[in-house]
Design a protein around this ligand. Structure first.
Ligand code: PMP
Length: 419
């Protein structure tokens, strides 16, 4: 972006569209950011700094003037494993003592511990694939793997709402990208259809059975990003295949991240032994990046054990049931209150549509004043006039937490407040 464009945008954008509050101030800052001028943020949950987290899914936000203890309605901590867990946390501390925080090495250069191997075996078993490979970051898993799987002469059919990490991976691959519909595979050496299990900004499930049928017909591969669905939906937390009754053998590449339901960090792909072997020897993010932190790997292993009941308790099943109950309760209550809520039943991701980007800071600020932290989303993450507050529900929320949050977002309360 050049000076001329930046100045023009700064001068005219707010006037042209008449949105004087937040959105264009944010655009203004982004432009200023490009030129290294000081930036500041409006008082909403996005820009606040978290001082500490607590086990009951509240978080403390450190503000310049005061510290607010907030109910966190924006975290991907779907199963409540993040922060502290009676089973996982002691195992993680033990692994820290045994392996240290970082391997300081790539996987192929001494960065593979027994934890890494155990994790990959467990992930493959959990998602129902013969083999798996883990990476230190979910984002990188998508952006580095797609270019390894498909290149020039290939075709990627990508859902228009796919995550930025997929978009970047697709762009970096050199393949032709078509956004979602195409009806012939003939000119292409390889076709990969890339979809998400639960769409992160929409909260809805992908239509996996239909997609599988089309891919079989056109001999296309399926790449399924389960960042938000693995560990969160399905009777035993195995994601969208389990929920929709799709055979995992019909999904060629299963990808997911550990930053949501598992309360850790990193990402994985799972597929056939041949596929994983191929990626191992050709993916730069595997060959040249330091491996996932051992305590992070231990956290995932322990969370998987809890989910499968291997900790000797039924907490895993209870967490899944609780997440489902909480999500369905909150969604139906919001709908009864007249909100337009996107997403499908069972999905813990529920965007409340605000449409006009100017409403975003007001919504966020008013919630924050009442100690509820929500994530608000606008362009470029969504189309310009489809701004929303994106609520994420957790098994760690109590019914009381949710009722309190409903009271906070209730239009009646907002009305009383203004009067
Ligand atoms: N895929 C999807 C669908 C996501 O929503 C995200 C991030 N929320 C990622 C990949 C990247 O994962 P991570 O934050 O673990 O790097």
């Amino acid at each position: 972006i050049g000076w001329w464009h930046a100045d023009t945008l700064q001068a005219y954008a707010p006037i042209c569209l008449g949105l004087e509050d937040f959105y264009f101030r944010r655009l203004y800052w982004r432009i200023q950011d490009c030129f290294d001028r000081p930036i500041s943020g409006p008082p909403d949950a996005w820009f606040d700094v978290v001082e500490r987290v607590s086990t009951d899914n509240n978080k403390k936000l450190k503000r310049t003037t005061k510290i607010n203890r907030c109910l966190n309605l924006g975290s991907y901590n779907y199963l409540g494993f993040a922060a502290s867990d009676e089973y996982c946390t002691p195992c993680v501390i033990e692994s820290l003592k045994r392996f240290s925080l970082s391997t300081c090495s790539a996987r192929v250069d001494g960065g593979t511990t027994t934890l890494h191997n155990e994790l990959e075996e467990r992930v493959a078993n959990f998602v129902g694939k013969p083999s798996a490979l883990v990476f230190g970051m979910g984002y990188v898993t998508n952006s580095a793997i797609l270019p390894v799987l498909v290149g020039k002469g290939g075709l990627i059919i990508s859902d228009s709402l796919n995550h930025n990490s997929i978009v970047n991976g697709a762009r970096g691959s050199g393949a032709v990208i078509r956004v979602f519909q195409h009806n012939t595979h003939r000119p292409w050496k390889k076709i990969i259809v890339v979809v998400e299990g639960i769409y992160s900004m929409e909260g809805d499930l992908c239509k996996l059975p239909e997609i599988v049928a089309i891919c079989k017909k056109y001999k296309a591969y399926i790449y399924l990003d389960e960042a938000h669905s693995i560990g969160a939906i399905g009777n035993t937390g195995r994601g969208v295949c389990e929920l929709l009754g799709v055979d995992t053998a019909d999904v060629d590449i299963m990808m997911g991240t550990f930053t949501k339901s598992f309360g850790s960090c990193g990402g994985y792909i799972a597929g056939s032994k041949e596929l994983i072997q191929y990626v191992k020897y050709s993916c730069p993010a595997h060959l040249y990046a330091s491996s996932i932190s051992p305590p992070a790997a231990q956290q995932i292993i322990s969370a998987l054990k809890v989910l499968l009941g291997e900790d000797g308790s039924s907490r895993g099943a209870q967490k899944l049931a609780r997440l489902r109950e909480n999500s369905n309760f909150f969604r139906s209550q919001l709908q009864k209150m007249g909100f337009e809520v996107l997403g499908d039943n069972d999905s813990p991701v529920m965007p409340i549509m605000l449409y006009n980007p100017a409403k975003i800071p007001a919504f966020s600020r008013e919630c924050l004043k009442r100690n509820v932290a929500v994530v608000t989303v606008c362009f470029p993450a969504t189309p310009l006039l489809l701004s929303r507050a994106r609520i994420c529900i957790s098994a760690a929320h109590t019914r009381e937490d949710l009722i309190n949050a409903l009271e906070v977002v209730s239009p009646d309360i907002a009305l009383q407040h203004h009067n």
